[in-house]
Design a protein around this ligand. Structure first.
Ligand code: PLP
Length: 808
């Protein structure tokens, strides 16, 4: 019998991870040792794993630098249309492995690290997540950056460099506790500060209307310091830029005669208060928080970014060609939800007050340039800023918004409900209305969501201008969400259909030919089983929970929210538990139900839902009658890195939001691509996936209400019971019966592994449309007016002996 392969040997055999040529490996080792010595300034006696991670990160980063500089030179020379994706969130996760995948360096680095006596996965685990997002919206922005680079678009991501990202979630006595995410503590090897490119951003003050235009005066100035992160395309030599702004104090001049020493010290200390603007990500998903600091963040990113956009445009050759008809169509700005909506009045302010354009010309440029993506129809998530706050913080912008509104309402067909200014107790600016009026394209993020938008929320706007409204169904990048997180599955697929599917995910449909191929079915099932074992080991090592790797792995991982209905899942857990207890000798399909996700710190009901899940786990997991046929696990601190470990191990994906509430979902796509079956409602992108009075409910509710899951505090879940029984906006009971029946079918199917795996293969083969490459190609053609390209860009000119060539 041959020795079982180590993880290292297994990974080596996988061709999608690149070729580990002897020369490459030797060069990498030299570079690693050089960084270890000169950059980290360490020797092996005093080094820890983090030092080795940093040495490796710097080694890999070296391979980006030439391509990054060359790509930006190339854009400067060719002067293509630029795309600016502005977002308050970029949920990037880790960068090291993604860079190695996209540069085809993975096997070579793995071999070099192995030869140095180190363990690649251990080093990778030292990297902090860049958790600059809450959930789907931030993940989408990250996937889009990867796809835009992979499709050769001259694109930039613009956002805020939060010093603290999404909080770390601890579970203490069953409750969520938040801990600040100090992700920059040890430094970030992937970013490059550009202090030479700081931009001033103004706040407060008042306006002066003078004969030569409007002046915004008596303002407070904050500087925006850019940090650039390279975004490599998939094996095409392109490296785009994500630029995140940090707030820094503006150098204030103190006239010495008027400032005493105490005043001077206080003035210097107060300088740093303005850095609070980029201090922390607001931890709300699908919820609008009416706070001045948040409005400051939204304007800060937009004001700094527009200065970059205008400067870059003026450096382009089109700037000088005043009679060229395309001159003013060289820039596309995509607004990721209304969070960066201030780009519209800010662009108007720059064109009117600084560039001295007339209103009509300025408005034409603004509308042609901007496009808006809507992400939700939930009323509590829609941004409506009080006029008073606006007037105080951004007086000039409020004037411009009033003028936009005045002109818009003058069009004979606009009705009062379409006003950008909402009347009522306190007047508010409706940011979605501002975005619609100021953009040439408005899109939803799944077919049903876009249909709901034009039928309800934006009906009047649709009737006024139907051509503005589009759909762009979300997608995920197959690099991070397949090749990187599930190399075993990627390799089994590549053995059948080659590696092109990584660039062109539609090719997955060629797998349909193999649905009856027994060896292929076995390979797919084997990879799943290996992934399940690996995740079980991870849970045991990190959380000391033992799970049965033969059981069905049933996941619901996403932000905790009433509309996502983790409570419906709870009712199923309880029902299944009661059935096992009632007939303990029946052959029950063993299940491990795992739920993970963060609750916004101020969202009381979401925190109670977490407590109910942990309470159910406490009862179910220790019941000897149940044994390992049912376990309920709350996965602590769900984030991108945990998603990458968990999703490849999933058998079943829970997508059970109330129909009409989840705009798209992208978690659903990650699971499908990784070989899980979906149990879901007809909501969001689920609709596009084509997957194939009640005593037990009363029993479950009585148990929650009667303290069965909280014996020490029988009325702990009283409010949740009251919510479900009397004022549930999200209709959990309405779907209970159908959901339980469907779960029964899932159990039956799971007893036939071959049929299950065939369904998995059908599912994977149908994943093509959920690549973010498809999504981005549609944005490019149908909104931005540019053509994507799979070409590699030249890495050198002339004799081909440039520095870059040497790195190939
Ligand atoms: C993909 C992803 C999400 C979005 O999940 P949904 O199920 O679409 O809400 C949220 N958080 C993380 C960490 C993710 O990776």
């Amino acid at each position: 019998m041959s020795k079982p392969l180590s993880d290292h040997d297994k990974r080596k055999q996988i061709s999608v991870r690149g070729i580990a040529g002897v020369e490459n490996v030797a060069e990498l080792k030299v570079a690693f040792n050089r960084h270890f010595h000169f950059t980290l300034v360490k020797d092996r006696n005093v080094a820890n794993k983090r030092d080795y991670y940093f040495a490796l990160a710097n080694t890999v980063r070296d391979h980006l630098v030439g391509r990054w500089i060359r790509t930006q030179q190339y854009y400067y020379e060719k002067d293509p249309k630029r795309v600016y994706y502005i977002s308050l969130e970029f949920y990037m996760g880790r960068t090291l492995q993604n860079t190695m995948v996209n540069l085809a360096l993975e096997n070579a680095c793995d071999e070099a690290i192995y030869q140095l006596g180190l363990d690649m996965e251990e080093l990778e685990d030292m990297e902090e997540d860049a958790g600059l997002g809450n959930g789907g919206l931030g993940c989408l922005a990250a996937c889009f950056l990867d796809s835009m680079a992979s499709l050769g678009l001259a694109a930039y991501g613009y956002g805020i460099r939060y010093e603290f990202g999404i909080f770390n979630q601890k579970i203490v006595n069953g409750w969520q506790v938040e801990e600040a995410d100090d992700w920059l503590r040890y430094g970030n090897p992937w970013e490059k500060a550009r202090p030479e490119s700081m931009r001033p951003v103004k706040f407060y003050g008042r306006t002066e209307h003078t004969p030569d235009g409007v002046k915004w005066v008596d303002t407070q100035v904050v500087l925006a310091l850019p940090y650039d992160t390279p975004i490599p395309g998939y094996r095409n030599n392109i490296v785009n830029t994500m630029r995140l702004w940090a707030a820094r104090p503006h150098g204030v001049f103190f006239p010495f005669s008027t400032v005493n020493v105490g005043g001077y010290i206080q003035a210097v200390l107060d300088r740093n208060l303005c850095e609070n603007i980029s201090r922390v990500l607001y931890p709300n998903d699908n919820f609008f928080e009416n706070k001045e600091l948040r409005l400051k963040q939204e304007y800060f990113v937009v004001a700094a970014t527009l200065q970059d956009i205008v400067r870059r445009f003026k450096a382009s050759m089109f700037w000088l060609q005043r009679d060229c008809p395309h001159r003013l169509r060289r820039v596309a700005i995509q607004l990721n939800d209304t969070h960066p909506a201030m780009a519209i009045p800010e662009l108007m302010r720059v064109l009117l007050d600084e560039e001295k354009l007339g209103w009509d010309k300025a408005w034409d440029v603004c509308v042609r340039t901007c496009a808006y993506t809507n992400h939700t129809v939930l009323p509590e998530a829609l941004e409506r800023w009080p006029i008073d706050l606006f007037h105080h913080l951004l007086p000039r912008h409020l004037e411009i918004i009033f003028e936009i509104n005045r002109r818009f309402m003058e069009t004979t067909t606009a009705c009062a409900l379409m006003s950008l200014i909402e009347e009522g107790g306190c007047k508010k600016v409706n940011m979605a209305h501002l975005c619609i009026v100021g953009s040439h394209a408005v899109n939803g993020v799944a077919r049903i969501h876009s249909e709901i938008l034009i039928a309800t929320l934006f009906k009047d706007f649709y009737e006024l201008d139907p051509h503005k409204f589009q759909n762009k169904t979300n997608g995920i990048t197959p690099r991070r969400w397949l090749v990187m997180c599930n190399p075993g599955l990627a390799e089994v697929i590549a053995e059948k259909i080659g590696e092109e599917f990584i660039r062109d995910l539609d090719q997955l449909k060629r797998l349909l030919k193999f649905v009856n191929d027994d060896a292929f079915i076995r390979d797919i099932a084997k990879v799943k089983q290996e992934n399940k074992l690996k995740f079980a080991v991870h849970l045991e090592e990190h959380y000391k929970v033992k799970i049965n790797p033969q059981s069905m792995f049933d996941f619901q991982v996403k932000r905790i929210h009433e509309y996502k209905r983790q409570l419906l899942n709870c009712l199923h857990m309880i029902t299944y538990y009661n059935r096992i207890k009632k007939e303990p000798n029946k052959h029950w399909t063993p299940r491990t139900i795992m739920v993970g996700g963060k609750a916004a710190p101020g969202y009381h009901t979401a925190k109670m839902i977490i407590r109910l899940i942990t309470a159910i786990g406490e009862v179910v997991n220790h019941d000897p009658v149940v044994g390992d046929r049912l376990k309920v696990i709350f996965l602590e601190n769900y984030r991108v890195t945990l998603a990458e470990k968990a999703i490849p191990s999933a058998d079943l994906s829970e997508q059970i939001s109330t129909a009409g509430t989840e705009a798209s979902g992208t978690g659903n796509m990650k699971f499908m691509l990784n070989g899980a079956l979906t149990i879901g409602t007809m909501d969001g992108a689920n609709v596009e996936m084509y997957y194939n009075r009640i005593p037990e409910l009363k029993q479950a509710m009585d148990q929650i209400a009667g303290g069965f899951f909280s014996p020490k505090q029988p009325d702990l879940f009283k409010e949740l019971v009251d919510l479900l029984m009397h004022h549930d906006r999200f209709k959990v009971f309405a779907d209970y019966e159908a959901y339980i029946k469907c779960q029964d079918k899932v159990n039956q199917l799971y007893k036939n592994p071959k049929e299950w795996t065939k369904m998995v293969i059908h599912n994977i083969a149908g994943c093509g449309k959920f690549s973010s490459d498809r999504t981005i190609a549609q944005y490019a053609r149908e909104i931005w007016g540019i053509e994507p390209s799979l070409e590699k860009i030249p890495t050198s000119e002339g004799n081909g002996k440039s520095f870059l060539k040497a790195l190939e």
